[in-house]
Design a protein around this ligand. Structure first.
Ligand code: DX5
Length: 220
């Protein structure tokens, strides 16, 4: 599954960029929500997401790179996000936060920064629909893929399979044709790409096809 990060998009034409992504064949859109505190960047709020909701049929996931995500959880759902991803490092009571997301009737995800061990989600894995292993330090697009995260991806794959859980294992950061294969071999099944979709040879559809081809060929 290929998820498009809108972080590198032309923000002056966000609607048009989403429609281009849909036409190019991506499976879902990731909104990289940043608050300037949890990460040193500031992006968009729920009103921006809501403004584009009716323009495409693609599913929206909100990747909340924000401190204390609980107070605004309903806003992302009202804006049209079907998946809400919080960072394990950003909330004191992760188990309660995930329960709140589930109560809102949408799918719940947890993102792990590179330094955060898989153990951080050991006692909430059964509450998850999605686990996002960051392969860069969050805050900006265009960063180098951290191959050192592959053991964490593989351990997550093994634990999800061992418990027989239905959890999407997603990776995000530095994903391109040169790195998606290693992430797939490690056991990821959902790949979030930004720069590699908006920049590069050929059309956006060509880049979607190329990424899919490598991920499929290398799938664990
Ligand atoms: C990091 C962001 C990026 C973005 C994709 O905070 O979450 O990972 O989604 O960036 P690229 O694909 O350009 O590395």
């Amino acid at each position: 599954m290929l998820v498009a990060s809108v972080l590198p998009a032309n923000f002056a034409d966000l609607g048009g960029q989403l429609q281009e992504l849909e036409k190019a064949g991506v499976d879902r859109v990731q909104w990289d929500v940043m608050d300037g505190r949890f990460v040193p960047n500031l992006t968009f709020g729920p009103d921006v997401i809501a403004a584009t909701r009716g323009l495409v049929g693609l599913g929206f996931e909100a990747h909340l790179m924000v401190e204390d995500p609980d107070p605004m959880l309903p806003r992302w759902v009202d804006a049209g996000c079907e998946i809400v991803i919080v960072h394990a490092e950003a909330t004191t009571h992760l188990h309660r936060t995930l329960g709140r997301i589930n109560e809102l009737g949408v799918r719940a995800g947890v993102a792990l920064n590179p330094a955060t061990p898989l153990a951080a989600v050991e006692y909430v894995l059964d509450l998850l629909d999605l686990l996002l292993v960051m392969t860069v330090n969050p805050g900006f697009g265009g960063q180098r893929y951290l191959a050192g995260m592959e053991p964490k991806i593989a351990a997550a794959r093994a634990e999800i399979d061992r418990r027989g859980l239905d959890i999407e294992l997603e990776v995000d950061g530095g994903i391109g044709t040169g790195t998606i294969g290693a992430a797939a071999r490690a056991g990821a099944t959902v790949f979030c790409a930004g720069s590699a979709l908006f920049n590069g040879p050929g059309t956006m559809a060509d880049r979607v096809t190329a990424l899919r081809a490598v991920a499929t060929a290398e799938a664990a």
